[in-house]
Write a protein that binds this ligand. Structure first.
Ligand code: GLN
Length: 198
């Protein structure tokens, strides 16, 4: 049985947990480094990235998560989680974890009132468009050569990116009933090396 860890120090982790339960996946809320032991994959949810950074430093989560990322464990960051996974930010804070070779701009679409929803086609999910929810979302402003664009807004802004075992989305798939993005993430586990197994 697979166990997916959802970072639960802050943000909308409960929505990810609920959606994974619908897919019959066992989940574990991650608050301390010991919660990372033996996980098959990790999700970093939306929330507030400066608060994430503060709590990651307080609980010592940054280094063990970075180590799991480089050992091949699939990691998915949604919204603030995407900001945390970036190698570089346009903003002067927070300090990101530097997992994926992208530069990210926070709050790229404006303020809270500028949050929006839009249907986007993602070839990896099949023909049916996915209803994407953007809440004070980040945007990728530079994409490294090994990073694959999985889908973009009509103006060409990429909103879902993959680099090997790493996935980021600037929107919130956990706020819909559509489980396809979570299923896609779970499929990365099969492709990953079993580096985190005991
Ligand atoms: N604007 C938030 C940040 O900069 C992210 C918002 C979200 O996760 N929905 O951290």
């Amino acid at each position: 049985m697979l166990t997916v860890g959802v970072v639960a120090v802050q943000g909308d982790f409960a929505k990810h947990v609920a959606l994974l339960k619908k897919l019959n996946v066992s989940t574990r809320e991650v608050r301390l480094p010991k919660d990372l032991e033996g996980l098959d994959a990790i999700i970093m949810p939306g929330g507030e990235s400066t608060t994430f950074r503060h709590l990651f430093d307080l609980y010592g989560l940054a280094e063990p998560i970075a180590a799991l990322a480089s050992s091949g464990v699939p990691i998915w960051g949604t919204c603030a989680g995407m900001i945390m996974m970036a190698s570089e930010l346009e903003d002067h804070r927070p300090e990101p974890l530097g997992l994926m070779d992208v530069t990210v701009s926070r709050n790229a679409y404006g303020r809270q009132v500028d949050s929006f929803v839009i249907d986007i086609n993602f070839p990896i999910l099949g023909a049916e468009p996915f209803h994407t929810v953007f809440i004070r979302a980040p945007a990728a402003t530079r994409i490294g050569p090994d990073v694959q664009v999985l889908g973009s807004l009509p103006d060409g802004t990429p909103v879902a990116l993959r680099q090997g075992n790493l996935l980021v989305t600037s929107f919130h798939p956990e706020l819909t009933r559509d489980t396809r993005f979570h299923q896609y993430f779970l499929s990365l586990i099969e492709q990953s090396t079993p580096a985190n197994s005991p």
